[in-house]
Design a protein around this ligand. Structure first.
Ligand code: PMV
Length: 322
């Protein structure tokens, strides 16, 4: 009996530390992978279904169907189509693609980009190809365009390169220099939002109040550049102050919410150096920079303030470049 062939791939979630929204308007932003939250995909020729072609299952999103039955604009259909194009394959393999993810959806943690990256790479590997980080990043960006309209490209970049990055649209991405590991706590407001809608609403307001919004975005860019220096110098207090100011600017462009503000305030009460919303906003997560000795206190304050879940991540530089 032939041994079943199975390939796997995984991709991390991400959080944006500085510069969300401004990055869409050409300013720099800082983001890092979340290694503990991941999307996993496997492709197997094991016959678990009586089917021909590519069969898909994902318990997380209650999906059980054939690739050919998905509408072409479905993100999974777009991912598979582009993965096949990239490896030069005209037809999907006769196989079973399984998808699981621990990244909450619509919560600002890059769930859609990580899912696309894991699916595309697992499929490429099944077809005996390995997509480079650059190929994968381009592919995920194209899929993100279908979902988000005009994404800046930060999600696909950080997720496929799995490094903390300083990102500006159309410029070479830099790996962040981080003098010493720094702790961050992420807290979930429990509210979900659509990045596409939030970005479109910001754009509408930007056109109505161009001067005010332009000034906010430029200041967010200045903050992102200052944060890059603070990370390279290991200046925790400075980093926290920059997060505080970035949050105020995000409030000014109308993407915070009472839950996000409540969580950011709770983190500050617990002694965080700084706290801000992370990602598109209106819902999703806040990120707080907390020194080691104060993490437990911050976690309990955040839970008391209504956080759906709280987790810790450490920002460190990994050595290889791209
Ligand atoms: O939905 P998120 O958390 O991945 O937010 C995306 C970040 C934005 O700057 C709001 C949009 C973008 O394309 O960069």
């Amino acid at each position: 009996m032939a041994i079943p062939k199975t390939t796997h791939a995984t991709a991390p979630g991400k959080f944006i530390l500085f510069g969300e929204h401004a990055v869409v308007y050409g300013e720099p932003a800082l983001a890092a992978p979340l290694q503990s939250l991941r999307a996993h995909a496997s492709v197997s020729d094991e016959r678990t279904e009586n089917h021909r072609g590519l069969f898909l299952t994902s318990e997380d999103i209650s999906l059980r169907c054939h690739y050919r039955d998905l509408i072409p604009t479905h993100p999974l259909a777009a991912t598979i189509r582009r993965a096949l194009q990239t490896v030069g394959s005209s037809d999907p393999p006769h196989a079973h693609l399984r998808l699981t993810s621990t990244i909450p959806m619509a919560a600002g943690l890059g769930s859609s980009a990580a899912t696309a990256a894991a699916v595309a790479q697992a499929l490429a590997r099944f077809l005996q190809r390995e997509l480079s980080a650059k190929q994968l990043s381009t592919l995920v960006f194209e899929v993100e365009k279908l979902q988000h309209g005009r994404p800046s490209g930060i999600d696909n970049t950080v997720i496929t390169h799995e490094q903390p990055v300083f990102f500006s649209k159309g410029k070479k991405t830099e790996i962040l220099k981080i003098k010493r590991p720094l702790s961050f706590v992420l807290a979930d407001s429990g509210e979900r939002s659509s990045t596409k809608e939030t970005v479109a609403n910001v754009r509408e307001r930007y056109h109505a109040h161009q001067k005010v919004y332009q000034a906010c975005f430029e200041e967010m860019g200045t903050i992102a550049r200052a944060a890059r220096t603070a990370l390279a110098d290991g200046k925790s207090k400075r980093l926290g102050e920059l997060m505080q100011r970035n949050h105020v600017l995000l409030q000014e462009i109308g993407v915070s919410s009472s839950s996000l503000d409540r969580l950011a305030n709770a983190a500050m009460r617990a002694g965080a150096a700084g706290a801000k919303l992370s990602g598109a906003g209106i819902g999703g997560h806040i990120v707080a920079h907390v020194i080691r000795g104060q993490i437990d206190h911050a976690v309990s304050e955040l839970k008391a303030a209504g956080a759906r879940s709280v987790f810790l991540t450490e920002l460190t530089t990994t050595s290889h470049d791209f």
